[in-house]
Ligand binder design. Sequence first.
Ligand code: GLV
Length: 310
Amino acid sequence: MRILIHADDAALWKDRLASRLPSAEFAISGETSDFQADYLAAWKPPASLFEAQPALKGIVNLGAGVDALLNNPALPRDIPIVKLRDAGMGELIADYVRYGVLHFQRDFDRYRRQQHHTTWREHALTPKREWAVGVLGLGSIGRHVARQLANDGYPVHGWSRSPKALKGITCHDGDDGLQTLLGKAHTLVTLLPDTPATRGIIDRDALAALPDSASLINPGRGTLIDETALLEALGTGEEENGRLRGALLDAFPTEPLPDDSPLWQHPRLWITPHMAGPTPIDEAADQVAKALTAMQAGEAIDTVDPKAGY
Ligand code: GLV
């Protein structure tokens, strides 16, 4: 089988995949012009790549989110797409979220501000068991995050569009379930895919439904959050105003976050550059090699549903 790789670290992918698929032929996009691939393993390929590759039989998305791929106007609509399903990103993202939850639950945001003002004042501690965390999205990564937080001792509420049952997690679904979860979440964690149904799901109404002084952690997709509503709910200035206390944001509709974005300067926002869950290449290469082998053998595999968007 002939496999074309398109990714920032394509040489690394090629090396890891070649050791798992010794009889396959590989090429890196942009390095050869006459390679006609059977399969594409790619992260955010340009439309021109598809135009030059008319014989593709399948695609492996080298990441968890397929939004960029599905929004590609030249994507062939009639071949299977496989995506990475928590190849170790779940653990990394769970750590990111735990850092964020602790940040707010243990008042590190408040103590940081106090330090700037040379203020020594202890805040009453809200114990973990009273700090409900809401996790939106219970795919492979959301589930991992929810379980980890529950193991840590937080009451965890999870939400997905269709009903799910997870041990140790209070699961909610549908529009009513979302309202119930929002009303409880001291910290809201957004791990939904970017689809037409989730775009802007955290809007003014959703933010207003959170308890007072709630916090938000978004390691998912920037498009989930209505930025204007977020800034409104935060209010201006470094002092909390009883509404949204602060947010830790890793994903943005435009990345890198533009220099003139007001998010950079807000004193109660923490911005990270889409680093919450980098793909661990060795674990991921196992999944990619397995998917390519299964596609080649015509075996049934878990493929992306382009209509659902994940
Ligand atoms: C990263 O954001 C991914 O979707 O894997």
